[in-house]
Design a protein around this ligand. Structure first.
Ligand code: CP
Ligand code: NVA
Length: 305
């Protein structure tokens, strides 16, 4: 069973293969309409169920479009209006869906719920974001950086802002793709220290600092994300603590002509200035599009197609 639960659970060579496939499939679609089915319809006859416990635009559209392009189809279960919302267990849900669909994508409130679904599912489960990680996003990010000509190996990627789920997946990817990651996060909003130690002990070149300028210095890519993730409650404290961590033109000027990435949705003039996100260094819409291509490669990998 090939679940796609986290970057660090997939062997490096297979991650490389997924990324190469994403780029190949994207290039082969040049000139075709968005709904055109890929040659050979590799996932013909396959159905993906997508369970959402949290909101989504990119994840739901990119997985749905991706399945259609592969010749299959997708359906959405909103957790609150399905029996999950009335207390049916994740284990029972996993076993029922396994009889009806070929793969399940889950956007879960808690990472434990994702692991529980994977435990009981007899079809591949894909992490569509949890409180802990967002691995599909990071594949799209890496695809975008390589398309911009960045050689990931030995590059320096800076994260500025909240030490959240997206950062965790980026730190995991640093090991697999051999890049350095330096994250500047305020006190109280740094990534989980045990996770950082564990990744460092596995060879991850990961540094956590306080000062955004230190992270930005010499960076080839600068990434940020919202200051308030889905499920966060302490909004005013977050805004205050993260205020000095805005990515703006002054910060970008300290980088090595960095590419700017943001998983979106963005909050202009909060975590990033309009001048940066709408400026020439920003590749956020290529990054969003690449969710389709990267996830198509994940789906084919999971289903051995
Ligand atoms: N980046 C991302 O996962 O976006 P959505 O929340 O819109 O799916
Ligand atoms: N960190 C954000 C990412 C949204 C795609 C969140 O979890 O809400």
């Amino acid at each position: 069973m090939k679940h796609f639960l986290d970057i660090n659970e997939v062997p490096k060579s297979e991650l490389r293969h997924i990324l190469n496939e994403a780029k190949r499939m994207k290039s082969e679609r040049k000139g075709f309409t968005k709904g055109a089915i890929d040659f050979g319809a590799p996932l013909s006859g396959h159905i993906l169920a997508m369970i959402f416990e949290k909101s989504s635009t990119r994840t739901r559209v990119s997985f749905d479009v991706g399945m259609r392009q592969l010749g299959g189809s997708a359906l959405i279960l909103d957790a609150s209006s399905s029996q999950l919302g009335r207390g049916e267990t994740i284990g029972d849900t996993a076993q029922v869906l396994s009889r009806m669909v070929d793969a399940i994508m889950f956007r879960a409130n808690s990472h434990e719920a994702l692991l529980e679904l994977a435990k009981w599912s007899s079809v591949p489960v894909i992490n569509g974001l949890t409180d802990k990680s967002h691995p599909c996003q990071i594949l799209a990010d890496l695809q975008t950086l390589e398309e911009c000509g960045l050689n990931l190996k030995g590059s320096r990627i800076a994260w500025v802002g909240d030490g959240n789920n997206v950062l965790t997946s980026f730190m995991e990817a640093a090991i697999a793709f051999d890049f350095e990651i330096i994250a500047a996060c305020p006190h109280g909003y740094k990534p989980d220290i045990k996770t950082v130690w564990e990744l460092q002990s596995k060879g991850g070149k990961i540094t956590i600092v306080d000062d955004p300028n230190e992270a930005a210095k010499g960076a080839d890519c600068l990434v940020t994300d919202t200051w308030v993730s889905m499920g966060d409650t302490n909004i005013s404290e977050r805004m205050q603590a993260l205020g000095p961590y805005q990515v703006n033109e002054d910060l970008m000027a300290k980088t090595n002509d960095a590419i700017f990435l943001h998983c979106l949705p963005a909050h202009r003039e909060e975590e990033v200035s309009s001048a940066v996100i709408d400026g020439p260094s920003s590749k956020v819409f290529d990054e969003a599009e690449n969710r389709i291509h990267a996830q198509k490669a994940v789906l084919r990998w999971c289903l051995d197609k």
